[in-house]
Ligand binder design. Structure first.
Ligand code: 5CA
Ligand code: ZN
Length: 488
Protein backbone atom coordinates (compact mmCIF):
# COMPACT_ATOMS: atom_id res chain seq x y z
CA UNK A 1 0.00 0.00 0.00
CA UNK A 2 1.76 3.18 -1.18
CA UNK A 3 2.40 5.33 1.85
CA UNK A 4 1.98 8.85 0.55
CA UNK A 5 -1.18 8.14 -1.46
CA UNK A 6 -4.17 9.21 0.65
CA UNK A 7 -5.81 5.89 1.57
CA UNK A 8 -9.57 5.79 1.72
CA UNK A 9 -10.55 7.22 5.06
CA UNK A 10 -6.99 7.34 6.45
CA UNK A 11 -6.01 10.53 8.24
CA UNK A 12 -3.26 11.98 6.07
CA UNK A 13 -0.14 12.38 8.25
CA UNK A 14 0.26 16.01 7.12
CA UNK A 15 -3.25 17.03 8.24
CA UNK A 16 -3.46 15.45 11.69
CA UNK A 17 -0.84 16.91 14.03
CA UNK A 18 0.50 14.71 16.81
CA UNK A 19 -0.02 16.31 20.24
CA UNK A 20 3.09 16.60 22.47
CA UNK A 21 3.86 13.40 24.37
CA UNK A 22 3.44 15.36 27.63
CA UNK A 23 -0.28 15.19 26.87
CA UNK A 24 0.07 11.41 26.89
CA UNK A 25 -3.58 10.41 26.64
CA UNK A 26 -4.15 12.53 23.52
CA UNK A 27 -0.71 11.56 22.15
CA UNK A 28 -1.56 7.86 22.47
CA UNK A 29 -4.97 8.20 20.79
CA UNK A 30 -3.39 10.19 17.97
CA UNK A 31 -0.39 7.91 17.36
CA UNK A 32 -2.69 4.88 17.09
CA UNK A 33 -4.37 6.67 14.18
CA UNK A 34 -1.73 8.70 12.33
CA UNK A 35 0.92 6.07 13.16
CA UNK A 36 -1.39 3.66 11.26
CA UNK A 37 -1.47 1.12 14.09
CA UNK A 38 -5.24 0.46 14.45
CA UNK A 39 -8.40 1.94 12.96
CA UNK A 40 -10.70 2.72 15.89
CA UNK A 41 -13.81 3.32 13.74
CA UNK A 42 -15.06 -0.29 13.75
CA UNK A 43 -18.77 -0.16 14.76
CA UNK A 44 -18.52 -2.37 17.88
CA UNK A 45 -17.27 -0.88 21.19
CA UNK A 46 -13.87 -2.26 22.22
CA UNK A 47 -13.17 -3.88 18.83
CA UNK A 48 -10.53 -2.32 16.56
CA UNK A 49 -8.98 -3.06 13.15
CA UNK A 50 -5.26 -3.56 12.56
CA UNK A 51 -3.80 -1.35 9.82
CA UNK A 52 -1.19 -3.32 7.86
CA UNK A 53 1.63 -1.16 9.32
CA UNK A 54 0.53 -1.85 12.89
CA UNK A 55 0.08 -5.49 12.02
CA UNK A 56 3.71 -5.51 10.86
CA UNK A 57 4.76 -4.48 14.37
CA UNK A 58 2.44 -7.11 15.90
CA UNK A 59 3.88 -9.81 13.61
CA UNK A 60 7.42 -9.11 14.85
CA UNK A 61 6.45 -8.78 18.52
CA UNK A 62 4.67 -12.14 18.38
CA UNK A 63 7.56 -13.61 16.42
CA UNK A 64 9.76 -12.80 19.42
CA UNK A 65 7.15 -14.23 21.82
CA UNK A 66 6.78 -17.46 19.81
CA UNK A 67 10.56 -17.80 19.49
CA UNK A 68 11.04 -17.55 23.26
CA UNK A 69 8.10 -19.88 24.00
CA UNK A 70 9.15 -22.48 21.39
CA UNK A 71 12.73 -22.49 22.68
CA UNK A 72 11.72 -23.11 26.28
CA UNK A 73 9.94 -26.45 25.94
CA UNK A 74 6.48 -25.15 25.00
CA UNK A 75 4.47 -26.37 22.01
CA UNK A 76 1.97 -24.14 20.20
CA UNK A 77 -1.54 -25.40 19.56
CA UNK A 78 -5.11 -24.14 19.05
CA UNK A 79 -8.31 -24.75 21.04
CA UNK A 80 -11.88 -23.85 20.03
CA UNK A 81 -13.28 -20.37 20.59
CA UNK A 82 -16.69 -21.51 21.90
CA UNK A 83 -17.01 -23.03 25.38
CA UNK A 84 -20.19 -24.84 26.50
CA UNK A 85 -21.79 -23.27 29.57
CA UNK A 86 -21.62 -26.68 31.30
CA UNK A 87 -17.81 -26.57 31.22
CA UNK A 88 -17.48 -22.82 31.74
CA UNK A 89 -19.60 -22.85 34.91
CA UNK A 90 -17.62 -25.58 36.71
CA UNK A 91 -14.99 -23.61 38.68
CA UNK A 92 -16.73 -21.34 41.20
CA UNK A 93 -14.03 -18.64 41.66
CA UNK A 94 -13.33 -18.58 37.94
CA UNK A 95 -17.02 -18.02 37.22
CA UNK A 96 -17.23 -15.26 39.83
CA UNK A 97 -14.24 -13.57 38.26
CA UNK A 98 -15.57 -13.71 34.72
CA UNK A 99 -19.37 -13.90 34.88
CA UNK A 100 -19.74 -10.13 34.25
CA UNK A 101 -17.32 -10.24 31.35
CA UNK A 102 -18.26 -13.26 29.28
CA UNK A 103 -20.06 -12.97 25.91
CA UNK A 104 -22.60 -15.72 25.19
CA UNK A 105 -23.69 -17.28 21.85
CA UNK A 106 -27.32 -18.34 22.26
CA UNK A 107 -28.53 -19.15 18.72
CA UNK A 108 -27.40 -21.06 15.64
CA UNK A 109 -29.19 -19.08 12.97
CA UNK A 110 -32.80 -18.79 14.17
CA UNK A 111 -32.54 -21.95 16.29
CA UNK A 112 -31.90 -21.37 19.99
CA UNK A 113 -28.99 -23.49 21.25
CA UNK A 114 -29.88 -26.04 23.94
CA UNK A 115 -26.55 -25.15 25.69
CA UNK A 116 -25.30 -21.54 25.56
CA UNK A 117 -21.74 -21.18 24.31
CA UNK A 118 -19.27 -18.74 25.87
CA UNK A 119 -16.82 -16.79 23.73
CA UNK A 120 -13.55 -17.62 25.53
CA UNK A 121 -12.50 -14.77 27.88
CA UNK A 122 -9.44 -16.98 28.52
CA UNK A 123 -9.23 -20.68 27.75
CA UNK A 124 -8.93 -22.68 31.01
CA UNK A 125 -12.48 -24.03 30.64
CA UNK A 126 -11.89 -24.99 26.98
CA UNK A 127 -8.51 -26.62 27.54
CA UNK A 128 -8.76 -28.41 30.87
CA UNK A 129 -11.54 -30.86 29.90
CA UNK A 130 -9.16 -31.95 27.12
CA UNK A 131 -6.18 -32.10 29.50
CA UNK A 132 -8.26 -34.57 31.52
CA UNK A 133 -8.37 -36.84 28.44
CA UNK A 134 -4.69 -36.34 27.59
CA UNK A 135 -2.92 -36.65 30.97
CA UNK A 136 -2.63 -40.22 32.24
CA UNK A 137 0.77 -40.79 33.84
CA UNK A 138 3.75 -38.84 35.17
CA UNK A 139 5.40 -39.69 31.83
CA UNK A 140 2.98 -37.23 30.22
CA UNK A 141 4.29 -34.43 32.46
CA UNK A 142 5.25 -31.66 32.27
CA UNK A 143 2.80 -30.68 29.54
CA UNK A 144 3.54 -27.13 28.32
CA UNK A 145 1.22 -25.79 25.60
CA UNK A 146 0.35 -22.25 24.47
CA UNK A 147 -1.85 -20.58 21.89
CA UNK A 148 -2.12 -17.10 20.38
CA UNK A 149 -5.82 -16.38 19.92
CA UNK A 150 -8.48 -13.72 20.19
CA UNK A 151 -10.40 -13.69 23.44
CA UNK A 152 -13.49 -11.69 24.41
CA UNK A 153 -14.19 -9.79 27.62
CA UNK A 154 -17.17 -7.47 28.07
CA UNK A 155 -15.00 -4.88 29.78
CA UNK A 156 -17.17 -2.33 31.57
CA UNK A 157 -14.29 0.07 32.24
CA UNK A 158 -13.23 2.57 29.54
CA UNK A 159 -12.13 0.56 26.48
CA UNK A 160 -8.99 1.68 24.61
CA UNK A 161 -7.09 0.32 21.59
CA UNK A 162 -4.20 -2.00 22.57
CA UNK A 163 -4.85 -1.33 26.27
CA UNK A 164 -8.36 -2.44 27.18
CA UNK A 165 -10.25 -4.23 24.40
CA UNK A 166 -13.39 -6.26 24.32
CA UNK A 167 -11.83 -8.44 21.65
CA UNK A 168 -8.26 -9.11 22.76
CA UNK A 169 -6.88 -9.93 19.32
CA UNK A 170 -3.42 -11.09 20.40
CA UNK A 171 -3.88 -13.13 23.55
CA UNK A 172 -0.88 -15.43 24.05
CA UNK A 173 -1.93 -17.89 26.76
CA UNK A 174 0.22 -20.75 28.07
CA UNK A 175 -1.24 -23.59 30.13
CA UNK A 176 1.14 -26.06 31.80
CA UNK A 177 0.61 -29.26 33.81
CA UNK A 178 3.01 -30.64 36.45
CA UNK A 179 3.33 -33.52 38.92
CA UNK A 180 3.87 -31.40 42.05
CA UNK A 181 3.12 -27.94 43.48
CA UNK A 182 6.90 -27.30 43.57
CA UNK A 183 7.28 -28.22 39.87
CA UNK A 184 4.49 -25.76 39.05
CA UNK A 185 6.18 -23.09 41.20
CA UNK A 186 9.40 -23.61 39.26
CA UNK A 187 7.41 -23.19 36.06
CA UNK A 188 5.96 -19.92 37.39
CA UNK A 189 9.51 -18.70 38.04
CA UNK A 190 10.61 -19.83 34.56
CA UNK A 191 7.64 -18.06 32.96
CA UNK A 192 8.47 -14.82 34.80
CA UNK A 193 11.99 -15.15 33.36
CA UNK A 194 10.66 -15.76 29.84
CA UNK A 195 8.40 -12.70 30.07
CA UNK A 196 11.30 -10.62 31.34
CA UNK A 197 13.34 -11.81 28.32
CA UNK A 198 10.48 -10.93 25.94
CA UNK A 199 10.22 -7.42 27.34
CA UNK A 200 14.00 -6.99 27.29
CA UNK A 201 13.85 -7.70 23.53
CA UNK A 202 11.14 -5.05 23.24
CA UNK A 203 13.40 -2.70 25.29
CA UNK A 204 10.54 -2.34 27.80
CA UNK A 205 11.51 -2.32 31.53
CA UNK A 206 9.17 -4.16 33.91
CA UNK A 207 8.28 -4.15 37.59
CA UNK A 208 7.67 -7.67 38.86
CA UNK A 209 5.42 -8.15 41.88
CA UNK A 210 3.27 -10.74 43.59
CA UNK A 211 -0.33 -9.50 43.39
CA UNK A 212 -2.19 -9.28 46.70
CA UNK A 213 -4.60 -12.18 47.29
CA UNK A 214 -7.65 -10.06 46.48
CA UNK A 215 -6.23 -9.35 43.02
CA UNK A 216 -5.00 -12.81 42.00
CA UNK A 217 -6.38 -14.74 39.01
CA UNK A 218 -9.90 -16.15 39.66
CA UNK A 219 -9.40 -19.84 40.60
CA UNK A 220 -5.63 -19.47 41.08
CA UNK A 221 -3.32 -19.91 44.12
CA UNK A 222 -1.22 -16.78 43.47
CA UNK A 223 -0.32 -14.37 40.68
CA UNK A 224 3.00 -12.80 39.70
CA UNK A 225 2.48 -9.74 37.48
CA UNK A 226 4.70 -7.69 35.19
CA UNK A 227 3.82 -4.00 35.05
CA UNK A 228 5.46 -1.09 33.31
CA UNK A 229 5.11 2.58 34.12
CA UNK A 230 3.50 4.57 31.31
CA UNK A 231 4.59 8.17 30.59
CA UNK A 232 1.63 9.55 32.59
CA UNK A 233 2.82 7.69 35.70
CA UNK A 234 0.03 5.10 35.62
CA UNK A 235 1.06 1.45 35.43
CA UNK A 236 0.00 -1.03 32.77
CA UNK A 237 -0.21 -4.74 33.58
CA UNK A 238 1.60 -6.29 30.62
CA UNK A 239 1.86 -9.89 31.69
CA UNK A 240 0.64 -12.22 34.41
CA UNK A 241 1.75 -15.65 35.59
CA UNK A 242 -0.62 -17.70 37.72
CA UNK A 243 0.04 -20.73 39.96
CA UNK A 244 -3.25 -22.65 39.84
CA UNK A 245 -2.31 -25.34 42.39
CA UNK A 246 -4.70 -28.30 42.10
CA UNK A 247 -7.81 -26.07 41.99
CA UNK A 248 -8.67 -26.64 38.33
CA UNK A 249 -7.39 -30.27 38.47
CA UNK A 250 -9.98 -31.02 41.15
CA UNK A 251 -12.71 -29.22 39.19
CA UNK A 252 -11.88 -30.97 35.90
CA UNK A 253 -10.65 -34.22 37.49
CA UNK A 254 -7.19 -34.09 35.88
CA UNK A 255 -5.17 -36.87 37.53
CA UNK A 256 -2.00 -38.80 36.77
CA UNK A 257 -0.54 -42.08 37.96
CA UNK A 258 2.58 -41.30 39.99
CA UNK A 259 5.71 -43.46 40.09
CA UNK A 260 4.23 -45.46 42.99
CA UNK A 261 1.19 -46.25 40.85
CA UNK A 262 -1.16 -43.97 42.81
CA UNK A 263 -3.61 -41.49 41.26
CA UNK A 264 -2.77 -37.84 42.08
CA UNK A 265 -4.23 -34.49 41.07
CA UNK A 266 -1.92 -32.48 38.81
CA UNK A 267 -0.65 -28.96 39.59
CA UNK A 268 -1.01 -26.30 36.90
CA UNK A 269 0.07 -22.83 35.82
CA UNK A 270 -1.13 -20.43 33.15
CA UNK A 271 0.39 -17.19 31.89
CA UNK A 272 -0.70 -14.54 29.44
CA UNK A 273 0.48 -11.59 27.38
CA UNK A 274 -1.70 -9.50 25.07
CA UNK A 275 -1.35 -6.55 22.67
CA UNK A 276 -0.68 -4.45 25.76
CA UNK A 277 2.92 -5.46 25.00
CA UNK A 278 2.61 -3.26 21.89
CA UNK A 279 0.90 -0.46 23.84
CA UNK A 280 3.88 -0.53 26.22
CA UNK A 281 6.63 -0.36 23.58
CA UNK A 282 4.82 2.41 21.66
CA UNK A 283 4.21 4.43 24.84
CA UNK A 284 7.55 3.98 26.56
CA UNK A 285 9.72 4.82 23.54
CA UNK A 286 7.58 7.23 21.46
CA UNK A 287 8.30 10.98 21.40
CA UNK A 288 6.86 14.25 20.10
CA UNK A 289 7.76 13.28 16.52
CA UNK A 290 5.93 9.95 16.69
CA UNK A 291 6.86 6.29 16.99
CA UNK A 292 10.33 5.25 18.14
CA UNK A 293 10.40 1.52 17.46
CA UNK A 294 12.98 -0.92 18.85
CA UNK A 295 14.85 -2.29 15.79
CA UNK A 296 13.71 -5.82 16.66
CA UNK A 297 10.09 -4.96 15.80
CA UNK A 298 10.30 -1.98 13.39
CA UNK A 299 8.68 -2.81 10.01
CA UNK A 300 11.21 -0.45 8.38
CA UNK A 301 14.55 -0.40 10.22
CA UNK A 302 16.40 1.84 7.74
CA UNK A 303 15.19 4.41 5.21
CA UNK A 304 17.69 5.54 2.52
CA UNK A 305 17.09 9.07 1.26
CA UNK A 306 18.95 10.24 -1.87
CA UNK A 307 19.89 13.96 -1.93
CA UNK A 308 19.47 14.69 -5.64
CA UNK A 309 20.85 17.46 -7.84
CA UNK A 310 20.38 17.51 -11.62
CA UNK A 311 23.92 16.67 -12.66
CA UNK A 312 24.64 14.00 -10.06
CA UNK A 313 21.31 12.15 -9.87
CA UNK A 314 22.54 8.99 -11.58
CA UNK A 315 25.62 8.55 -9.40
CA UNK A 316 23.68 9.21 -6.19
CA UNK A 317 20.84 6.86 -7.14
CA UNK A 318 23.36 4.12 -7.96
CA UNK A 319 25.07 4.56 -4.58
CA UNK A 320 21.70 4.49 -2.80
CA UNK A 321 20.62 1.34 -4.63
CA UNK A 322 23.92 -0.32 -3.74
CA UNK A 323 23.37 0.53 -0.07
CA UNK A 324 19.80 -0.81 -0.18
CA UNK A 325 20.94 -4.13 -1.72
CA UNK A 326 23.80 -4.63 0.72
CA UNK A 327 21.52 -3.90 3.71
CA UNK A 328 18.87 -6.29 2.35
CA UNK A 329 21.53 -8.96 1.94
CA UNK A 330 22.40 -8.47 5.62
CA UNK A 331 18.74 -9.15 6.51
CA UNK A 332 17.95 -5.53 7.36
CA UNK A 333 14.45 -4.19 6.62
CA UNK A 334 15.33 -1.18 4.42
CA UNK A 335 13.37 1.09 2.10
CA UNK A 336 14.48 3.86 -0.27
CA UNK A 337 12.40 7.01 -0.33
CA UNK A 338 13.03 8.54 -3.75
CA UNK A 339 9.58 10.18 -3.80
CA UNK A 340 9.23 13.81 -4.85
CA UNK A 341 8.53 14.91 -1.26
CA UNK A 342 10.80 17.66 0.06
CA UNK A 343 13.60 16.24 2.30
CA UNK A 344 11.99 17.81 5.41
CA UNK A 345 8.66 16.15 4.63
CA UNK A 346 10.45 12.83 4.16
CA UNK A 347 12.20 13.15 7.55
CA UNK A 348 8.84 13.98 9.19
CA UNK A 349 7.11 11.00 7.57
CA UNK A 350 9.73 8.38 8.49
CA UNK A 351 10.23 9.78 12.00
CA UNK A 352 6.48 9.51 12.58
CA UNK A 353 6.61 5.87 11.42
CA UNK A 354 9.46 5.08 13.81
CA UNK A 355 12.03 3.87 11.27
CA UNK A 356 15.20 3.40 13.31
CA UNK A 357 17.88 4.85 11.03
CA UNK A 358 17.92 7.37 8.21
CA UNK A 359 20.78 7.25 5.68
CA UNK A 360 21.21 10.32 3.46
CA UNK A 361 23.54 10.22 0.46
CA UNK A 362 24.29 13.27 -1.69
CA UNK A 363 27.05 14.24 -4.15
CA UNK A 364 29.34 15.65 -1.41
CA UNK A 365 29.01 12.36 0.53
CA UNK A 366 29.89 10.42 -2.61
CA UNK A 367 33.12 12.41 -3.03
CA UNK A 368 34.15 11.17 0.43
CA UNK A 369 32.69 7.68 -0.11
CA UNK A 370 30.53 8.34 2.95
CA UNK A 371 26.92 8.74 3.99
CA UNK A 372 25.06 10.63 6.72
CA UNK A 373 23.43 8.34 9.28
CA UNK A 374 20.80 9.66 11.73
CA UNK A 375 19.44 7.43 14.54
CA UNK A 376 15.74 8.00 15.29
CA UNK A 377 16.21 8.04 19.10
CA UNK A 378 19.26 10.35 19.13
CA UNK A 379 18.70 12.61 16.10
CA UNK A 380 22.42 13.45 15.66
CA UNK A 381 24.14 13.24 12.24
CA UNK A 382 26.94 10.67 11.99
CA UNK A 383 29.26 10.48 8.96
CA UNK A 384 29.96 6.85 8.11
CA UNK A 385 31.97 5.21 5.31
CA UNK A 386 30.01 3.46 2.57
CA UNK A 387 32.54 0.61 2.94
CA UNK A 388 31.13 -1.99 5.35
CA UNK A 389 27.86 -0.03 5.63
CA UNK A 390 25.90 -3.22 6.40
CA UNK A 391 28.13 -4.03 9.40
CA UNK A 392 27.98 -0.41 10.59
CA UNK A 393 24.17 -0.37 10.38
CA UNK A 394 23.78 -3.79 12.04
CA UNK A 395 25.93 -2.63 14.96
CA UNK A 396 24.06 0.67 15.20
CA UNK A 397 20.67 -1.10 15.31
CA UNK A 398 21.87 -3.43 18.08
CA UNK A 399 23.21 -0.46 20.03
CA UNK A 400 19.91 1.40 19.58
CA UNK A 401 17.92 -1.48 21.07
CA UNK A 402 20.24 -1.57 24.09
CA UNK A 403 20.20 2.21 24.49
CA UNK A 404 16.39 2.33 24.30
CA UNK A 405 16.19 -0.23 27.11
CA UNK A 406 18.79 1.53 29.28
CA UNK A 407 17.08 4.90 28.87
CA UNK A 408 13.59 3.49 29.59
CA UNK A 409 14.87 1.50 32.60
CA UNK A 410 16.53 4.58 34.10
CA UNK A 411 13.36 6.61 33.51
CA UNK A 412 11.18 3.93 35.13
CA UNK A 413 13.45 3.69 38.18
CA UNK A 414 13.26 7.50 38.54
CA UNK A 415 9.45 7.21 38.71
CA UNK A 416 9.50 4.90 41.77
CA UNK A 417 9.59 6.73 45.13
CA UNK A 418 10.00 5.18 48.60
CA UNK A 419 7.44 6.76 50.97
CA UNK A 420 6.75 6.62 54.70
CA UNK A 421 3.23 8.08 54.92
CA UNK A 422 0.04 7.67 52.89
CA UNK A 423 -0.01 11.42 52.18
CA UNK A 424 3.40 11.08 50.54
CA UNK A 425 2.07 8.10 48.56
CA UNK A 426 -0.97 10.06 47.37
CA UNK A 427 1.38 12.79 46.15
CA UNK A 428 3.97 10.55 44.50
CA UNK A 429 1.54 8.32 42.58
CA UNK A 430 0.51 11.33 40.53
CA UNK A 431 3.70 10.77 38.55
CA UNK A 432 4.64 7.17 39.10
CA UNK A 433 4.83 4.35 41.65
CA UNK A 434 5.21 4.69 45.42
CA UNK A 435 6.62 2.04 47.77
CA UNK A 436 5.62 1.81 51.41
CA UNK A 437 5.96 -0.80 54.19
CA UNK A 438 2.93 -3.08 54.65
CA UNK A 439 2.19 -5.56 57.43
CA UNK A 440 0.63 -7.89 54.85
CA UNK A 441 -2.90 -8.10 56.23
CA UNK A 442 -5.75 -7.60 53.78
CA UNK A 443 -7.65 -5.13 55.99
CA UNK A 444 -4.65 -2.77 56.02
CA UNK A 445 -4.18 -3.31 52.28
CA UNK A 446 -7.78 -2.32 51.60
CA UNK A 447 -7.35 0.74 53.83
CA UNK A 448 -4.16 1.79 52.00
CA UNK A 449 -5.92 1.48 48.61
CA UNK A 450 -8.92 3.42 49.88
CA UNK A 451 -6.91 6.26 51.44
CA UNK A 452 -4.66 6.69 48.40
CA UNK A 453 -7.42 5.97 45.87
CA UNK A 454 -4.91 3.75 44.06
CA UNK A 455 -4.02 0.06 43.74
CA UNK A 456 -1.52 -2.10 45.54
CA UNK A 457 0.38 -3.68 42.64
CA UNK A 458 1.89 -6.15 45.07
CA UNK A 459 5.08 -7.05 46.90
CA UNK A 460 8.29 -6.90 44.84
CA UNK A 461 9.21 -10.31 43.52
CA UNK A 462 12.86 -9.68 44.28
CA UNK A 463 14.16 -9.86 47.89
CA UNK A 464 16.40 -6.88 47.14
CA UNK A 465 13.51 -4.58 47.95
CA UNK A 466 13.31 -5.49 51.66
CA UNK A 467 12.92 -2.28 53.68
CA UNK A 468 11.78 -2.51 57.30
CA UNK A 469 9.26 0.06 58.55
CA UNK A 470 5.82 0.63 60.05
CA UNK A 471 2.61 -0.35 58.28
CA UNK A 472 0.90 3.03 57.64
CA UNK A 473 -2.53 1.51 58.31
CA UNK A 474 -1.95 -0.24 61.65
CA UNK A 475 1.48 1.00 62.79
CA UNK A 476 2.79 -2.55 63.28
CA UNK A 477 6.31 -3.50 62.19
CA UNK A 478 6.30 -4.41 58.52
CA UNK A 479 8.75 -6.86 56.99
CA UNK A 480 7.80 -6.13 53.36
CA UNK A 481 7.02 -3.20 51.09
CA UNK A 482 4.40 -2.81 48.39
CA UNK A 483 4.25 -0.96 45.11
CA UNK A 484 1.28 1.41 44.93
CA UNK A 485 0.12 3.10 41.71
CA UNK A 486 -2.76 4.28 39.60
CA UNK A 487 -3.35 1.43 37.11
CA UNK A 488 -4.75 1.31 33.59
N1 5CA B 1 -9.29 -6.27 28.16
C1 5CA B 1 -7.99 -6.46 27.92
N2 5CA B 1 -7.38 -5.89 26.86
C2 5CA B 1 -6.07 -6.10 26.62
N3 5CA B 1 -5.27 -6.89 27.38
C3 5CA B 1 -5.83 -7.48 28.44
C4 5CA B 1 -7.20 -7.31 28.77
N4 5CA B 1 -7.46 -8.05 29.89
C5 5CA B 1 -6.30 -8.66 30.24
N5 5CA B 1 -5.32 -8.31 29.38
C6 5CA B 1 -3.93 -8.76 29.39
O1 5CA B 1 -3.94 -10.20 29.38
C7 5CA B 1 -3.07 -10.68 30.41
C8 5CA B 1 -3.58 -12.04 30.89
O2 5CA B 1 -4.91 -11.88 31.37
S1 5CA B 1 -5.20 -12.42 32.80
O3 5CA B 1 -6.62 -12.33 32.99
O4 5CA B 1 -4.40 -11.69 33.73
N6 5CA B 1 -4.70 -13.94 32.85
C9 5CA B 1 -5.35 -14.93 32.20
O5 5CA B 1 -6.31 -14.75 31.50
C10 5CA B 1 -4.76 -16.31 32.46
N7 5CA B 1 -5.61 -17.30 31.84
C11 5CA B 1 -3.38 -16.39 31.91
S2 5CA B 1 -3.44 -16.60 30.24
C12 5CA B 1 -3.10 -9.59 31.47
O6 5CA B 1 -1.89 -9.59 32.23
C13 5CA B 1 -3.19 -8.32 30.65
O7 5CA B 1 -1.88 -7.88 30.27
ZN1 ZN C 1 -1.07 -3.18 58.85
Amino acid sequence: MAENKKESGKTDAKEAVLPPKSDFSEWFNSIIDIGQIMDVRYPVKGLYVWYPFGFGIRKRVYGIIRDIMDNSGHEETLFPLLIPETEFMKEADHIKGFEDEVFWVTHGGVTPLDVRLALRPTSETAIYPMYKLWVRSHADLPLKLYQVVNTFRHETKHTRPLIRLREITSFKEAHTVHATWEDAKNQVDEAVGLYTDIYRKLSVPVLISKRPDWDKFPGGDYTIALDTIMPDGKTLQIGTVHHLGTNFAKTYDIMYENAEGEQEYVNQTCYGISERSIAALISVHGDDKGLVLPPAVAPTQVVVIPVLFKDTTEAVMKACNDVVSSLKEAGIRVEMDASDLRPGAKYYKWELKGSCLRIEIGPRDLEKNSAVLVRRDKGEKQFVSLDGIAETVTAELKQMGDDLYAKADEKMKSMITPCETLDEVTEKIKGGVATIPWCGCEECGMKIEEETNASILGTPNMDTEIRKGKCPACGKDAEQIVYIAKMY
